[in-house]
Design a binder for this molecule. Structure first.
Ligand code: ZN
Length: 476
């Protein structure tokens, strides 16, 4: 072979090697690319997706929790089923009205149902079919009034009162329960443990009628003369007796003679109730006198707690006359715990004697959570297109601010007056004025009564006088 041929051959060989190398590199490159794609699609993306999805799921879980935590809030329902056929003819978002009432459609096609919902800063309540409720509505212990357009009217509040009966159960208690049942009214019974076993069916019936069980110690001894261990036994023995006859302990307590100390309340561990109106029934033992004493008492009014004794026949006779008459006057008769709920008070292991508006706004009632409007479930406000950009929508945050300011002032007054001295600036508060002006059921005496109860409150000695008087009384 000559040199040229050799060189040519070597050149070809090198070319061939280079080509192979290129092909190999190409294959490696393609392989690497495929591997990269595989890793990204098969491994990395699923992991990322899982993380993202987990986040969304967490968010969902939180949202579920929120909706579970507020059972009174309306839920969004998709339009579906026969019941919604009428609604399907109109698909624009906003308020709609048909022969059954007003309903609200969201831009996503859903509507509200089964709870409270704020729209343009106004509270509404939607029934299960999605229509805004109008007129009076009772939910739990509370009554709400909704105007003809469905908007909640916080100024219309039913005056409420709690009748309490001590020292029973007794032979006349069932007659009283008959009257409460016939009038759809509730009362609270502060009972003695030693009598509970004698009237097990009466106690059971109290619960069935929605009345409240109160603990009034075992045998009516003055608890301030006993050791705390003995006090604990007096109340726990009574609770055990109640539990054995009706399956429930007392939810509230009242000390015999209204005599207690902070240590006694802490030992018993229940909210303690005094009263704001003593009918003196234990002294009169006369149904007519009892009745007149209660009806003519200047403190009789919204938030009053009345003290009576169902072990005396004249007291029960008086109550049987009193109950329908108070209802006729527009009052709703509730248990002490219902009274607290209606007045937006979360009961604490403290002492309570009335739920008057004047006491509430003066910070005298432990656990008061602010005015009735703030007691509504907090729902996320929906702003309609029509309201956006108009003067109305500008008004909304302003009115909210006023409500918030009002509450701030309230808390400021609470912290400024921990002892509960009366602050005159609140007696002219907005809430009070409107409420006085607007008592619904033709209860003309109310405005006067409120003024009276404030007077009583301003007189700081009022409570002490009453307390001493009661304490000296023999028969509580
Ligand atoms: Zn008593």
């Amino acid at each position: 072979m000559d040199k040229r041929t050799l060189r040519e051959r070597r050149r070809r060989k090198q070319l061939q090697l280079r080509r192979r190398k290129m092909i190999r590199l190409g294959i490696y490159g393609a392989g690497a690319l495929l591997l990269a794609v595989f890793v990204i699609r098969g491994v990395i993306r699923p992991i990322v997706n899982r993380i993202v999805r987990q986040g969304a799921a967490d968010e969902e879980a939180v949202q579920t929790q929120v909706s579970l935590a507020d059972p009174d809030a309306a839920v969004r329902q998709p339009l579906k089923g026969v019941a919604d056929l009428a609604k399907l003819t109109v698909m624009t978002s906003g308020w709609h009205e048909d022969e059954s009432g007003r309903w609200y459609q969201n831009p996503d096609g859903t509507y509200f149902s089964g709870g409270f919902q704020s729209i343009d800063g106004v509270q509404y309540f939607f029934d299960p079919s999605g229509y805004a409720v109008t007129g009076w509505m009772t939910r739990g212990a509370k009554d709400y009034y909704f105007n003809d357009d469905g908007s909640y009217n916080p100024n219309k509040q039913r005056p409420v009162m709690a009748l309490t009966f001590d020292d029973g159960p007794g032979e006349y208690t069932d007659r009283l329960l008959d009257c409460l049942e016939a009038n759809n009214a509730h009362a609270t019974f502060f009972m003695l443990g030693e009598l509970v076993n004698e009237y097990p069916d009466t106690v059971k019936r109290m619960l069935e009628l929605g009345c409240e069980l109160g603990n009034h110690s075992w045998d009516h001894e003055d608890q301030t003369t006993l050791s705390l261990d003995a006090v604990e036994k007096q109340f726990s023995d009574t609770d055990n007796a109640l539990q054995s006859v009706c399956g429930q302990k007392a939810t509230v307590a009242r000390a015999p003679y209204g005599a207690y100390t902070d240590e006694i309340i802490a030992t018993v561990g229940k909210p303690f109730f005094l009263w704001s109106l003593d009918s003196l029934d234990w002294e009169y033992r006369d149904a007519e006198l009892d009745y007149e004493a209660i009806m003519n008492d200047p403190t009789l009014g919204d938030g009053t707690i009345i003290l009576m004794h169902d072990i005396h026949e004249p007291s029960v006779e008086c109550a049987v006359r009193l109950i329908p008459d108070l209802i006729e006057m527009g009052y709703k008769l509730v248990t002490v715990s219902e009274l607290a709920e209606i007045k937006n008070v979360r009961l604490e292991n403290a002492s309570y004697s009335d739920f008057w508006e004047s006491s509430l706004i003066s910070g005298l009632v432990p656990g008061y959570k602010g005015d009735a409007m703030s007691a509504l479930p907090q729902t996320q406000d929906v702003i309609t297109d029509s309201a956006a950009g108009t003067d109305e929508s500008e008004d909304d945050p302003e009115s909210e601010k006023t409500a918030a300011d009002y509450e701030n002032e309230l808390f400021a007054s609470e912290s400024a007056n921990p002892g509960g001295t009366s602050s005159s600036s609140f007696s002219s508060g907005d809430g009070e004025d409107t409420e006085d002006a607007d008592y619904s059921d033709g209860d003309e005496e109310d405005s006067g009564e409120d003024a009276e109860s404030e007077e009583n409150y301003d007189d700081e000695e009022y409570y002490e006088e009453e307390y001493d008087e009661e304490y000296d009384g023999e028969d509580y």
